[in-house]
Design a protein around this ligand. Structure first.
Ligand code: WQD
Length: 330
């Protein structure tokens, strides 16, 4: 069974390709290498013994998207990771985000719409909940106005897919990720951000190896146990496995709803200082850090109610924050 993975050489995409191949799916990766490296293909091959098919395509190129689906006219499903994801950059360059994250999605859906039947998984984000009133956050929690163009592209993407499923043969699952971290235990693939990392864990590991002088902790005056923000850090391998289960659910027609939404998190919140402690335990070294002002746009806390994913998908995280941080460090 052939599955297309867009952004399949990126952080979450590459781990998902590994898990799909482990479950004997035939994978075709699309990536434009804008924030990934071609060597990731070799890493995937070393882990699974199999190199996925690869097409270097920029999904903003509508003709290229059309040609791809003409060439591969027997795909069973698409997992769509390819997108830009830096919140700050999206504020500076909103049109880049709307083109890359929305136009590409529309072009893919236009091609899937031509098929008698199509299965689609979309990478969404807990960012759609903003600062939720109640923790943990269930899927029924109201969506809040987006705080950045990046966040808005995830909301709009969800709406586009919802609208399309109502009038077509598209079956879709929207997966709302909390904070994905860690790396494959083999060390063959991981998170490889270009430039200065904006996210906590890659900044910590780069500080640990001396690439960065110190970590700035954005605020310790939040109403949380130690004053720093709380997030739900999920191991990327657990996250990847959820995609395989979601795709199996779609292709096996386990469910008759045309659209389903699942939160993917551990259900447990951790503070920034707890992540630092986990890093110090994993690495056996102290992390240089200082407390600075709050970062604009940060919510105080966000962690998932995982009941729906646990009970309906039959998926549960198996790895801990310590596992995630030590694999990221390795
Ligand atoms: C985590 C915590 C920071 C860096 C963002 C996006 C979200 C999602 C993932 C996808 C926060 C603190 C961070 C640093 C720090 N989307 N921090 N010093 O903000 O929860 O989510 O990335 O791709 O849509 O908003 O993740 O890793 O940036 O921050 O103190 O140098 O670490 O304040 O509390 P966030 P993050």
């Amino acid at each position: 069974m052939k599955i297309v993975v867009t952004g399949g050489l990126g952080f979450i995409g590459s781990h998902t390709v590994v898990e799909l191949q482990n479950e004997n799916f035939e994978v075709i990766v699309i990536d434009n290498l804008s924030n990934s490296s071609i060597e990731v293909l070799d890493g995937i091959e070393r882990i699974t013994g199999k190199k996925p098919l690869f097409e270097q395509i920029d999904l903003r190129d509508k003709t290229a998207v059309q040609n791809f689906f003409k060439k591969y006219d027997d795909v069973s499903g698409v997992i769509h990771f390819a997108a830009s994801k830096a919140v700050g950059e999206s504020v500076q360059n909103p049109l880049l985000y709307y083109e890359n994250n929305i136009s590409s999605l529309v072009y893919i859906l236009q091609e899937l719409n031509k098929k008698p039947e199509a299965n689609f998984i979309f990478s969404s984000s807990c960012t759609v909940y903003g600062q939720a009133e109640k923790m943990p956050i269930a899927e029924s929690t109201p969506i809040q106005p987006a705080m950045s163009p990046y966040g808005n592209t995830k909301q709009i993407g969800e709406e586009i897919i919802t609208d399309v499923t109502k009038v077509s043969n598209l079956n879709a699952i929207l997966l709302r990720y909390f904070n994905p971290v860690g790396a494959h235990e083999s060390n063959e693939i991981g998170e490889l951000p270009l430039g200065v990392p904006q996210n906590l864990v890659p900044f910590i590991t780069q500080t640990g190896v001396g690439l960065r002088k110190e970590l700035s902790v954005y605020g310790n005056d939040y109403p949380t146990p130690d004053g720093t923000c709380v997030r739900d850090y999920i191991h990327v391998v657990d996250l990847a496995k959820a995609h395989v289960i979601a795709m199996q659910r779609l292709v096996n027609k386990t469910n008759t709803d045309k659209l389903e939404i699942f939160n993917l998190g551990t259900g447990k919140g951790s503070t920034v200082l707890e992540v630092i402690t986990a890093f110090e335990k994993a690495s056996g070294q102290k992390l240089p850090y200082k407390i600075v002002d709050r970062r604009e746009g940060d919510v105080t806390e966000a962690y998932a109610n995982t009941d729906k994913a646990n009970n309906v998908l039959g998926w549960k995280t198996q790895l801990s924050l310590d596992d995630a941080i030590s694999s990221a460090w390795k």
